[in-house]
Design a binder for this molecule. Structure first.
Ligand SMILES: NC(=O)c1ccc[n+]([C@@H]2O[C@H](COP(=O)([O-])OP(=O)(O)OC[C@H]3O[C@@H](n4cnc5c(N)ncnc54)[C@H](OP(=O)(O)O)[C@@H]3O)[C@@H](O)[C@H]2O)c1
Length: 268
């Protein structure tokens, strides 16, 4: 199988690597991409090219805010195109309108796949079964979701609404507690009654300080998903604001993120 991959980020490179390991030829497009992406592509065994003319399958795995633009670069492609990005059903439908009959909606849950059992690729739409077969024999578990052509995106949105939405909420709570002068008292109470929250807040800070720029766009997509169902959008608009405010830190720490959030209090 010859596969095109846009782009070899943390997730894309790992997905490409499991296909290469299975014996597939995986191509990527270097134009406009950074040295870090080129390094990941090389380590994953991917081949650089600007042309995907003879590939059978193309995987789009990129930041959610770029997913529609990336799809536009693939319009008219004869390959099966799996859009595996964290986008709202509305954005997924717009991507489908660009890509036409060869489009497959997808959403990834779990870390970059390196061993079996960690990561699921949810797929929906008429081509979902054919797309799922691409991952047979790899650590990436492909699961077809029925219900609507954009069910995979809807599922990813509902899943991340909790995991990333509550991460942002915890950071906002910690910043509020510090600004109110009751941080130690809150931590003491958490230790007694909510002992898991301190570790969750530490992990949330590491994510916010390293991928907050990308998670903000995902929160916008979740807010749009809630809007489409007539539910309040405020939870995830606020989460997007928290991730946009989060400082990007070379040495991520909870204190660094809290201080960064509080430093921008005027920007409410
Ligand atoms: N990482 C995870 O654990 C994880 C888990 C589940 C789902 N996912 C999904 O996987 C997708 C990608 O995540 P990731 O972790 O791989 O992100 P990432 O590590 O930040 O990589 C993003 C890739 O897309 C490229 N890119 C950045 N801005 C772009 C733009 N404006 N247009 C086109 N390409 C652009 C980057 O290239 P340059 O940096 O070279 O410009 C990089 O190669 C997301 O939709 C995410 O929801 C990721």
């Amino acid at each position: 199988m010859k596969v095109g991959l846009l782009h070899p980020g943390e997730m894309g490179a790992a997905v490409g690597a499991v296909l290469v390991e299975r014996g597939d030829e995986v191509l990527w497009r270097p134009a406009g991409r950074s040295a870090a992406t080129a390094r990941r592509a090389e380590e994953a065994g991917l081949q650089a090219t600007e042309h995907f003319d003879d590939v059978q399958v193309i995987l789009s795995i990129c930041p959610p805010h770029a997913a529609l633009d990336v799809a536009r670069t693939l319009a008219g492609s004869r390959a099966l195109v799996i859009d595996a990005n964290a986008v709202s059903p509305a954005t997924a439908r717009a991507i489908g309108a660009v890509l036409g009959d060869n489009w497959v909606d997808g959403g990834i849950v779990g870390p970059p796949p390196r061993s079996s059992g960690t990561t699921r690729l949810y797929l929906s739409g008429t081509n979902a079964g054919a797309a799922a077969e691409l991952f047979t024999g790899t650590p990436m578990e492909a699961i077809v979701v029925s219900g609507s052509p954009v069910a995979a995106s809807a599922l990813k949105m509902a899943y991340a609404a909790w995991t990333k939405g509550t991460a942002a909420l915890l950071l906002a709570i910690r910043a509020t507690a510090k600004a109110s002068g009751i941080e130690e008292a809150l931590l003491t109470e958490w230790a007694r009654s909510q002992p898991e929250l301190e570790v969750r807040a530490q992990n949330a800070a590491i994510s916010a300080a390293t991928k907050g720029w990308r998670w903000a766009g995902e929160m916008d997509e979740i807010a749009a998903t809630f809007a489409e169902t007539g539910l309040p959008v405020g939870f995830h608009e606020a989460a997007a604001a928290i991730f946009r405010r989060s400082p990007q830190l070379a040495e991520p720490s909870l204190d660094g993120v809290i201080d960064g959030l509080l430093a921008q209090q005027d920007d409410v």
